[in-house]
Write a protein that binds this ligand. Structure first.
Ligand code: C2E
Ligand code: MG
Ligand code: MG
Length: 722
């Protein structure tokens, strides 16, 4: 940038060096012509002079600045907002250094419109005795150019549509944050979001509606995150949130749940309604990654796992996810094969009326016996199939098979078939249902379709049309897993459901004291009654649970207490013997939500590290095997791997097995598993002499670091682990 008065020489007259007084005269002339823009300070750094041109640039308030500290008038700035402050103006003035081409911001008035940007240069000046007298400087008003460049810089950093940070800015921010935090030993969480069924809205309602939707998503995210992090859009329907200093996995789960809920509320797009869902992946530095690319890789895998889990879930990164991604690809291939070779089967689980134990219907549940890997749960293969169109073929097959099987049952018994959201959305779905009914000859009133809340996500009109078509056909509809997904009661009114299935998670543990689930069950039952729908309690296993759900008014029961899913042969056998009732049979009481496991973990006691087998795990305790004679009351630390250490106390013991109680409760990992809120920081491990690296799936034998010095003999006998 050049200043207007520099080098302005008129004519071709010989260049004669100017004497002191002639020089001053020239300056005066330039000033009088209103060309030059000058300023000066006194020795104390106060602004004592602004030329007319300079004042003009500042508007009517310019005069007021005279007498103020220069450093409070001229605010240094640069186009890069990377916090990279050059040597400060104050520092230069203190050391009486020359100021060259410094850009400063000046706000002479209150409002933003009065803001001005100048480029200034100045020299200190001294009196004859060499004493410092202040600065004399020149300036050029570069406001319009600065604003323009600011816009250009903004566009390269922000997403035009939503105004959020773009991929480039997010990447820079993540890298600079992680670098700074590494030195300070601070943590930082990264969330990655993907909108469920955005593509469907975009395709069916048009791109302007899709754009509007993205804007509204951005607004909702910003309203939720406020100043606690930076929200950005990576492109398409992918968003990212950077959350400095947050590593509590309990808090992060709550936040993820709130985000999913908030984004799942209906949107109004130019007068039309749409509903989308969201999946969230979460990774935390330094535990899951220390460098930006490591953390981004981790959060990608977590998001992938969340999406595979379906219906608006979040997922934390864990090192096993690295294997799962390739695992999913082989499952999908093998599943296509299995469908072709007829290796899939349907089992049927009864829904029983508890007043007379009579069976009313059976739910069709898919079973897959893999030739090498053995039985694979539908909880594993259905989500994989849902990632591709395979679910449509798979669902169609299940529908046909179930209808064919059901025609062989006694006339009053219905069959319930699970329908995945993707299958439901498929334009061909109603035709598939009609074809299954026609080819099997099953009466439509004997077919019930189980649908989860995730089908409501997407283009509202298209969904409603499918419901109307199904209703017209005369098939029955059940809302499955009610309460787990988007949980909007509005859905119940929109679709003509005959039945609500209360999700297992409300039934499991509902008899524990202080549990709020019985109240939820009552509320769902009351709501269903008001809407003239039947209720089913899913997953009833124990007698006390059966009693409670009966008391709370559930019309039907489905659970191991009556029967596990049975094969078609077993059913036909029963029907041949006219056995149309099931007898409840199960443990008298529900046992705390223990997840049965069989996993080798570590146990630290005093200065020894033992290998033990984890046999079951609940939020409050665990049972382990592998040590002999550990007295009740012993304090130990369990090492659950990946830096998860749990301070525990032995509460019961027999020969080689101990029951432990945890000092701090474990929390849900959002996927049916448990995890600790906090982990041992890789920074702490590095301090203890281990190389700085993100936590892998291994154990962290800290015992040595803790104890230092000499080791005593081990207190307990380590048994061989099978
Ligand atoms: P869902 O539709 O909620 O089915 C109920 C699940 O709960 C079944 O698991 C059933 O075996 C299990 N269950 C029933 N009673 C109890 C109990 O007392 N205790 C316990 N622990 N579990 C109980 P399953 O067969 O593993 O199926 C899991 C999920 O996979 C189903 O949940 C459904 O969402 C999906 N699925 C299964 N078959 C199909 C299918 O043909 N199509 C589609 N789209 N999804 C299917
Ligand atoms: Mg179901
Ligand atoms: Mg269910």
């Amino acid at each position: 940038m050049s200043f207007p008065f520099v080098g302005q020489r008129g004519g071709r007259s010989p260049v004669v060096p100017l004497t002191g007084s002639a020089h001053a005269g020239l300056l005066k002339e330039i000033e009088a012509a209103g060309v030059g823009s000058f300023w000066a300070t006194n020795a104390d750094g106060q602004l004592i002079y602004l030329s007319e041109k300079a004042k003009e640039s500042l508007g009517s308030d310019g005069e007021k600045l005279i007498g103020m500290e220069l450093t409070s008038v001229f605010k240094e700035c640069s186009l890069k907002d990377d916090g990279d402050t050059q040597r400060s103006l104050a520092f230069k003035m203190r050391t009486q250094a020359k100021i060259t081409d410094q850009i400063v911001e000046i706000s002479p008035g209150e409002d933003a419109a009065s803001l001005r940007w100048w480029q200034i240069s100045a020299r200190p000046y001294f009196d004859k005795k060499g004493a410092f007298c202040g600065y004399r400087g020149i300036s050029a008003d570069i406001t319009s150019e600065f604003r323009h460049q600011q816009n250009v810089a903004r566009q390269s950093q922000y997403d035009e549509l939503t105004g959020l940070a773009n991929r480039r800015r997010l990447q820079q921010r993540l890298t600079s944050t992680l670098n700074a935090f590494k030195t300070a030993g601070r943590s930082c969480a990264l969330m990655m979001l993907d909108l469920d069924r955005f593509k469907q809205v975009n395709d069916t309602m048009g791109h302007p509606a899709g754009d509007e939707l993205l804007k509204q998503v951005a607004e909702r995210l910003c309203a939720l995150i406020k100043d606690s992090g930076e929200v950005g859009r990576l492109g398409g329907d992918e968003f990212q949130i950077l959350l400095p200093d947050l590593d509590d996995r309990g808090e992060l789960s709550e936040l993820a749940k709130r985000i999913i809920q908030m984004l799942s509320q209906p949107y109004s797009l130019n007068g039309r309604r749409a509903i989308i869902g969201a999946s969230v992946g979460i990774a935390i530095a330094p535990y899951d990654g220390i460098e930006a690319d490591e953390l981004v890789g981790a959060v990608d895998l977590a998001l992938y796992a969340a999406k595979a889990g379906g219906r608006g879930t979040y997922c934390f990164y864990r090192s096993e996810l690295r294997d799962n991604a390739s695992h999913a690809a082989t499952i999908e291939e093998d599943l296509r094969d299995a469908l072709e070779k007829g290796q899939l089967e349907i089992n049927y689980q009864p829904l029983v009326d508890p007043s007379d134990n009579g069976v009313k219907s059976f739910e069709a549940l898919m079973r897959w016996e893999h030739p090498e890997k053995g039985r694979i749960s539908p909880e594993v293969f259905i989500p994989v199939a849902e990632q591709t169109d395979l679910i449509i073929r798979l669902g169609d097959w299940a529908l046909r098979q179930a209808c064919m099987d059901a025609v062989e049952w006694p006339g009053e018994i219905c069959v319930a078939v699970n329908v995945s959201a993707k299958q439901f959305m498929n334009a061909d779905f109603t035709r598939q249902v009609a074809a299954s009914l026609k080819s099997s000859g099953l009466a439509p009133s004997r077919l019930e379709l189980e649908i989860t809340e995730s089908v409501f996500v997407g283009n509202v009109e298209a969904v409603d049309k499918t419901f109307a078509a199904l209703k017209k056909m005369g098939v029955r509809l059940a809302m499955d897993d009610f309460g787990t997904g988007y949980s909007s009661l509005g859905y119940l009114k929109r679709a003509p459901f005959n039945k609500i299935k209360i999700d297992q998670s409300f039934v499991r543990g509902c008899t524990e004291s202080g549990d709020t689930n019985p109240a939820i069950i009552s509320a769902i039952v009351a709501l269903a009654k008001a809407l003239d729908m039947e209720t089913v309690a899913e997953g009833v296993e124990a007698m006390d649970e059966l009693k409670l759900v009966k008391e709370r008014g559930a019309d039907l029961i489905q659970g191991y207490i009556y029967s596990k899913p049975l094969t078609q042969e077993e059913l036909l056998q029963r029907f041949a013997e006219s056995k149309l009732t099931f007898t409840p049979d199960g443990p008298p009481r529900y046992r705390a939500d223990r997840i049965s496991v069989f996993r080798k973990i570590g146990l630290i006691h005093e200065d020894h590290y033992y290998d033990v087998m984890l046999r079951n795990l609940s939020p409050t305790g665990a049972r382990i095997e592998g040590l002999a004679d550990v007295p009740v009351g012993t304090q130990v630390v369990l090492d659950l791997g990946s830096g998860q250490l749990v301070v525990s106390k032995v509460v019961h013991t027999n020969e080689n097995s101990q029951g432990l109680e945890f000092e701090t409760k474990l929390i849900s990992d959002g996927f049916g598993g448990l995890m600790t809120r906090h982990r041992v920081s890789p920074y702490a491990l590095a301090e203890a002499g281990m190389p700085l690296a993100a936590l892998g799936s291994g154990s962290y034998p800290l015992a040595q670091q803790w104890s230092g010095g000499e080791k005593g003999p081990p207190k307990f006998v380590q048994l061989a682990l099978s």
